[in-house]
Design a protein around this ligand. Structure first.
Ligand SMILES: C[S@@+](CC[C@H](N)C(=O)[O-])C[C@H]1O[C@@H](n2cnc3c(N)ncnc32)[C@H](O)[C@@H]1O
Length: 306
């Protein structure tokens, strides 16, 4: 039997038990083990994006996600049955909507490998635009004081601390679970971010040169919410219009900004105008928005007059 023919034992709609039966046949030498090429084709037939399937196969084989060249070099090698069973199980979970980062336990954000699990939002590449902007406004300020509200995995705070070792970074979250993930990331990456459990700015004292936040901003009845069901709803949903947390942050942040300090916020693709209005209403100046990687206005910010 050819490798690709063997992979026919792994039909996308098969119950897992049958997959394991077929894997048993591979194990006992009854059929030739399938190859990475066949396994990836099977995963794509299941509905997975090719990149996701590659990352999951590499994970199942014990390789880092960056090792895609290894897959190309070995795409006709037989796959060990146990690794294949692990890959099949991961693919089924991915097909049911679990983020790849929860399945592999790691996500690269701004060049940092973050440990990620279901206690925190899976950090998105679009949020790197907010980090770029934050670094721009911090340029030229020595030893800036920075506050990251709703830190989740610590993605923004850790990226800023890594880029600006001279900064004093405080990261806040209401979720003790999220803070445990963020603190573990900080320890592993040896980045001296401080952490605090707080309901937004309630427990925060002092003033900052930059306050940055990627708060929950999805409307409670948003039809896309079911596709995000694996992520904590506390990280996603914010009232009827998705603006409740943004309103609270914009109302409270200015009194914690140093003169000339910036407040930068991530928000939904259709919320830029509303957020700019909130920022103007607080007397902030240089109010503006920035586009995400898809060209949508997804971050807005303003500055306390110097
Ligand atoms: C969209 S996630 C952002 C996580 C991370 N900053 C990122 O960009 O990947 C929002 C975070 O805000 C936190 N959060 C929600 N309500 C909060 C509140 N009232 N006070 C502080 N943090 C809150 C959630 O626990 C979650 O970690």
């Amino acid at each position: 039997m050819t490798h690709d023919a063997a992979m026919q034992d792994f039909k996308p709609n098969q119950p897992l038990a049958q997959v394991h039966q077929a894997l048993g046949a591979i194990d006992s030498g009854a059929i030739t083990p399938p190859t990475p090429a066949a396994a990836l084709a099977w995963a794509q037939a299941l509905g997975l994006a090719r990149l996701d399937a590659q990352v999951l196969l590499l994970h199942a084989l014990g390789h880092p996600a960056s090792d895609r060249a290894w897959l190309l070099a070995h795409d006709r090698d037989p796959l060990p049955a146990a690794r294949l069973a692990h890959f099949a199980a991961l693919c089924r979970r991915r097909a049911a909507g679990e983020p790849v980062a929860y399945l592999t336990g790691v996500k690269e954000f701004y060049g940092l490998p973050l440990a990620i699990d279901a206690r925190v939002l899976d950090p998105r590449p679009d949020t790197e635009v907010l980090v770029d902007w934050a670094l721009e406004v911090l340029a030229g300020r020595a030893a800036p004081r920075v506050l990251d509200l709703g830190t989740g995995s610590g993605a923004i705070a850790l990226a800023l601390q890594h880029q600006r070792p001279d900064a004093q970074v405080l990261a806040v979250d209401a979720s003790a679970d999220a803070l445990a993930v963020a603190q573990a990331n900080a320890r592993r990456l040896a980045l001296p971010v401080q952490f605090m459990q707080s309901d937004w700015l309630e427990g925060v004292r002092g003033s900052f040169d930059l306050i940055v936040a990627n708060p929950p901003y999805i409307a409670a009845d948003d039809p896309h919410l079911p596709t995000l069901r694996h992520e904590p709803s506390q990280a996603l949903v914010s009232g009827a219009q998705g603006l409740d947390d943004l309103r609270r942050i914009v109302a409270d942040a200015p009194r914690h900004l140093a003169p000339g300090g910036w407040l930068l916020l991530e928000h939904g693709w259709d919320q830029a105008r509303a957020v700019r209005q909130l920022l103007h209403a607080q007397g902030l100046v240089q109010v503006q928005s920035k586009c995400d990687l898809g060209g949508h206005e997804r971050c807005s910010g303003g500055r306390l007059p110097p």
